[in-house]
Design a protein around this ligand. Structure first.
Ligand code: 5GP
Ligand code: MN
Length: 333
């Protein structure tokens, strides 16, 4: 079990510079893991560049050190060691970063917890049993003997708290709670973190919710539910991707619904799908049918096609999978 963190710690200790990145449209695990590892490597004397394809969503602005995450265009050169966090494949960092990393010939380290991880990279440590990539970063930091400062603790707590839905989802393990306890002991301001992560939203996020709720539809006798937003509505509201955080949870929250989905037209002819399930529908498998991935209870994909056509295809496949799983017979949506 200690093999992989030890091997990874060895590679890191032999490096002088490193680039740390996570997936595009970053969530709390992506941001928290990036900041925590960047601060840890810096403590070890490495020159660290932290980068993300997209800007840091405002809800994570309370994490000390988040301001050091640059955009790809602000990174002059890719160093010899690249550590990719919370990325299930080499596409997840975004196309520009992927190309620059591959052209650089850097050693690529893959640290992740997605069951759909392809095992890419020169060295990979993938543990689908980890609640968040931040849990693996915590183990790595411990292995390397780095001091857990309040900033590192806050970043890792954010990773764990967000990926577990505030310690509610199926990935909430004793280890997740034990590590969270340890992090709180190292200086996390839980009240402040909770305020930013759960209790305060930008006005536009509620406007998006208001526009999206009337689109709610159900299929398979009320076991599949979804909502959507088209590009014109999204743009007219002045919304950004981060304002859709958690929207797939709403259709799933209905009693009797097994899987909830949220469809967003991100550009003409391109639809991003967020999927969440409760107990038995494997949404990682569903997302994989459309080139995406994730976890059994939370996954996503990006599908080309007109919004309503994409909805029909994805919902149709979800209904088929539900029928296979339950032996029931539903047709159409
Ligand atoms: P969300 O719906 O919050 O964007 O994502 C839920 C889970 O699915 C996360 O673990 C995320 O990394 C994964 N995911 C979301 N979109 C994609 C995608 O397009 N491709 C892959 N491989 N995973 C995705
Ligand atoms: Mn994650």
């Amino acid at each position: 079990m200690n093999e992989q963190p030890r091997a990874m710690a060895g590679v890191i200790k032999g490096a002088r510079q490193a680039l740390v990145a996570a997936h595009y449209l970053p969530d709390g695990d992506a941001i928290g893991s990036t900041v925590a590892l960047a601060l840890a490597l810096e403590q070890m004397g490495l020159e660290v560049t932290a980068v993300n394809h997209d800007p840091v969503p405002r809800m994570y602005s309370f994490i000390p050190g988040m301001e050091r995450i640059k955009r790809p265009q602000d990174v002059a050169a890719v160093p010899g060691l690249v550590i990719l966090l919370d990325c299930s494949d080499m596409e997840r960092p975004g196309r520009d970063l992927k190309e620059r990393i591959q052209e650089s010939g850097a050693i690529v380290v893959n640290l992740d917890h997605h069951i759909s991880n392809t095992g890419f990279g020169d060295l990979s440590w993938v543990d689908p049993g980890a609640a968040a990539t931040g849990e693996l970063v915590y183990s790595l930091i411990r292995e390397m003997g780095v001091e857990i400062t309040p900033a590192i603790a806050t970043a890792l707590y954010t990773a764990l708290a967000t990926d577990t839905g505030s310690f509610r989802f199926a990935n909430t393990t004793p280890a997740a709670h034990a590590i969270a306890a340890e992090l709180i002991a190292h200086g996390v301001d839980v009240v402040r973190a909770s305020l930013h992560l759960w209790e305060e939203k930008e006005l536009v996020a509620l406007r998006v919710l208001g526009a999206v709720l009337p689109t709610l539809e159900l299929a398979a006798g009320g076991q599949i539910a979804w909502m959507y937003v088209d590009l014109a509505t999204f743009t007219a509201l002045g919304a950004r991707s981060e304002h859709c955080e958690g929207l797939a949870d709403y259709p799933r929250s209905i009693i009797g619904v097994e899987a909830g989905m949220f469809f967003r037209e991100v550009e003409p002819g391109v639809v991003k799908v967020g999927m969440r399930s409760k107990t038995y529908l494997d949404v990682n498998e569903l997302a994989a049918c459309f080139g995406g991935g994730g976890h059994q209870r939370a996954a996503g994909c990006t599908v080309r096609g007109e919004l309503q056509a994409v909805i029909r295809r994805v919902v149709g496949r979800a209904v088929e999978m539900l029928c296979q799983a339950t032996g029931e017979k539903w047709t159409g949506s």
